[in-house]
Write a protein that binds this ligand. Structure first.
Ligand code: NAG
Length: 508
C-alpha cells in the first residue's frame, strides 16, 4: 500500500485514508479500488436452514448470504423475483408446493450459486441435503412425516432396492459418500393401518476431483541418463474449489514418491531399472477420497555405443620427446556406464582403461598408431587410429672433414688440395636439414659442403646449422662449434694443426 495511506475493513468494505495530497493520494485510492474489485469477485455462499429438500409447505426457512451480518444491503432472488433487504439473513415461508429457487448478492459481489429445493405437501418425504453432495461427505438422508415429524421406523430404498428395513431412526447415513451412492432414493413408513411411501428423490454425489491422469513430458521410451517429469493431473470440482490434494507416484505398485503436495515427480538420470508401469494417486485426505490413474508404461532404453572419436592434446598428436601427450576418447551415442580401453597397433594387450590416456614424458618409442574402444558391455565402438609422433630435437651438431668420423675445430689446408666438409648430429629425428655458414654468411645446404679444390679464398670460420621440424609450426635448430679453415699457399710446405680434433692434410 502507498506510503501515507491506511486501509481497513469496515462492514466488509475496504476503506482507505491517505495523508498528503496530489499524486500519492490518488494512487492510493486506485490501489484500494483494485483491492475492492478483487475482494468482490468471490460470490457469497448461500445457506439454507433447515438444509434439506424437499421441505413441507408452510415451513419457514432461514437464508443466509455469506456471513450473517446486519446492515448489509443484500439482493435476494426468490423464484425469479428480486427483492432487497438490509441484512444478509432472511426468513422466508414456503407457501406453495413445487420447486423453489434462491440466490443472493452482496454489495460488490456476483450472485451466489443458486439453491433449489422442492416444497411438498405429502405425508411422507425422503429428504436429501439441499447443498451439493461431494464424494467423501457424510451423506444423510431423512424420512420425515408431514410438517417435519420424526418417524419411529422407516425403510430406505436405493433405485428400488431395499437398503435397510424397519430401523428405529428415520435417518440413513452414507459416509463417506461415493459416486455409486448417486441415484433415486425413497422411503416407506409402516403404520398399523397401512404402509406409506415417499416420492423418489434424485441424489447426485458429485466428483470431488477427477480421476487423475498420469502425464509424461517426453517419450514413453526415454534413453538412459535422460530426465522425465511425471505429472498427476486432476481437476477439482467447481462446487468445492481449493481442496488440498496429496499426490503419490507408483512404479509396479510400489510408492516411489509422495505423499506430497506437488503434483509433479522428476525422474532424473534415468537408469534401466526405472522402467516399469507407473501410476499416480491423488488423495483428499480430509475427505478420505483417493483415486488412482490408469497405468503408463515407461521403458528406459539403452542406446548402442557408436561414433567413438579420439582427440589429442596437443592437437595433431605430435610432441617433442620429454613433453606430455594426453589422448581422450568420446562417443557420439551410447548410454549407461561405458568402459573405455586404449590400444596400440601391433600390440595385443590393451594399454590402459579410462576415457583418457596420458604419456607424461613422451619417448621416441612411444610414437605409433593408437586407438580407443568404448563399450557398454553389449555394444562397442572403436575409434579411428591416430598417429602419435614423438620428435627428438636436433642436438650435438659437429663439423668433420668429409670421409672422416672425427669432429674438428680447426682444419689446415693447402692451396689446390681437394676438400669437403660434412655435418653430423648426435640426436634428432629425421629428416634433419643442414645449412652452412662461412663467417656468418650462408654458403650452402645439405649434410656435405663441397669446397672442391681449395683456394686461398676458402679460408674462414665454418659452422653448420642442423634443423628438424615438429609439425608445421615448431622447428628445432642447433649450431655446430665454429671450425677455422686456414689455407697455406702452395709450395710453402706448412703443416698446421695438431692433437685431437685436428686433421693433417697432405699436400696434393
Ligand atoms: C667433394 O664433393 C664433390 C661434390 O659432391 C665430389 O665430387 C668430390 O669428389 C668430393 N671430394 C672429396 C675429396 O671428397
Amino acid at each position: 500500500m502507498q506510503r501515507g495511506c491506511r486501509c481497513w475493513s469496515h462492514r466488509h468494505r475496504l476503506r482507505c485514508r491517505c495523508k498528503g495530497a496530489g499524486m500519492a493520494r490518488s494512487a492510493a485510492l486506485l490501489l484500494c479500488a483494485q483491492f475492492l474489485s478483487l475482494a468482490g469477485a468471490q460470490p457469497p455462499l448461500l445457506t439454507l436452514d433447515p438444509p434439506w429438500t424437499p421441505l413441507f409447505e408452510g415451513q419457514m426457512v432461514t437464508l443466509t448470504c455469506g456471513t450473517p451480518d446486519e446492515h448489509v444491503p443484500t439482493v435476494w432472488r426468490i423464484d425469479g423475483k428480486s427483492r432487497r433487504n438490509r441484512a444478509s439473513r432472511l426468513q422466508h415461508y414456503l407457501w406453495s408446493t413445487g420447486r423453489s429457487s434462491f440466490q443472493c448478492q452482496r454489495p460488490g459481489s456476483e450472485f451466489s450459486l443458486p439453491i433449489e429445493l422442492s416444497v411438498s405437501d405429502d405425508s411422507v418425504v425422503l429428504q436429501a441435503p439441499v447443498q451439493p453432495v461431494l464424494e467423501g461427505d457424510a451423506l444423510v438422508l431423512r424420512c420425515r412425516g408431514w410438517r417435519d415429524r420424526r418417524l419411529s421406523s422407516a425403510s430406505f430404498f436405493h433405485n428400488g432396492v431395499l437398503l435397510r428395513g424397519g430401523g428405529q431412526e428415520g435417518n440413513l447415513l452414507l459416509a463417506p459418500a461415493q459416486r455409486h451412492h448417486s441415484g433415486r432414493y425413497h422411503c416407506t413408513v409402516h403404520t398399523f393401518l397401512r404402509t406409506v411411501e415417499s416420492k423418489p428423490n434424485e441424489v447426485i454425489v458429485h466428483e470431488l476431483f477427477s480421476v487423475p491422469e498420469l502425464s509424461v513430458d517426453g517419450p514413453r521410451d526415454p534413453p538412459e541418463g535422460s530426465a522425465l517429469t511425471l505429472a498427476c493431473v486432476t481437476r477439482g470440482s467447481p462446487l468445492r474449489p481449493r481442496v488440498a490434494l496429496r499426490h503419490l507416484f507408483y512404479r509396479d505398485g510400489v510408492v516411489v514418491a509422495g505423499p506430497q503436495g506437488s503434483p509433479q515427480h522428476l525422474l532424473r538420470a534415468l537408469a534401466l531399472p526405472d522402467s516399469g508401469s507407473y501410476a499416480c494417486e491423488a488423495r483428499a485426505e480430509a475427505a478420505n477420497v483417493q483415486k488412482r490413474s490408469a497405468p503408463v508404461t515407461i521403458t528406459v532404453r539403452r542406446v548402442p555405443v557408436a561414433g567413438a572419436t579420439l582427440a589429442a592434446q596437443p592437437p595433431g598428436a605430435q610432441v617433442a620427446a620429454g613433453e606430455s601427450l594426453v589422448l581422450s576418447c568420446a562417443v557420439a551415442a551410447g548410454t549407461g556406464p561405458l568402459v573405455f580401453s586404449w590400444h596400440r597397433q601391433g600390440q595385443a594387450q590393451p594399454l590402459a582403461q579410462g576415457p583418457r590416456y596420458e604419456l607424461p614424458v613422451a619417448r621416441p618409442e612411444d610414437g605409433g598408431r593408437y586407438f580407443c574402444r568404448a563399450t557398454d558391455g553389449v555394444t562397442a565402438a572403436t575409434s579411428p587410429q591416430l598417429h602419435v609422433t614423438v620428435v627428438v630435437p636436433v642436438a650435438g651438431a659437429t663439423v668433420r672433414v668429409a670421409g672422416t668420423e672425427v669432429a674438428v675445430t680447426e682444419v689446415a689446408g693447402t692451396e689446390g688440395e681437394r676438400l669437403n666438409l660434412s655435418c653430423a648430429v648426435q640426436a634428432g629425428t629425421a629428416p634433419v636439414a643442414f645449412a652452412w655458414l662461412r663467417d656468418g654468411q650462408e654458403v650452402g645446404e645439405g649434410p656435405i659442403l663441397p669446397l672442391g679444390t681449395l683456394g686461398l679464398g676458402h679460408a674462414g670460420a665454418y659452422q653448420c646449422v642442423a634443423t628438424n621440424q615438429l609439425g608445421a609450426r615448431r622447428a628445432f635448430q642447433v649450431l655446430s662449434p665454429s671450425v677455422a679453415l686456414s689455407v697455406t699457399r702452395r709450395g710453402r710446405g706448412q703443416w698446421r694443426g695438431q692433437g685431437k680434433g685436428c686433421v693433417d692434410v697432405a699436400p696434393g
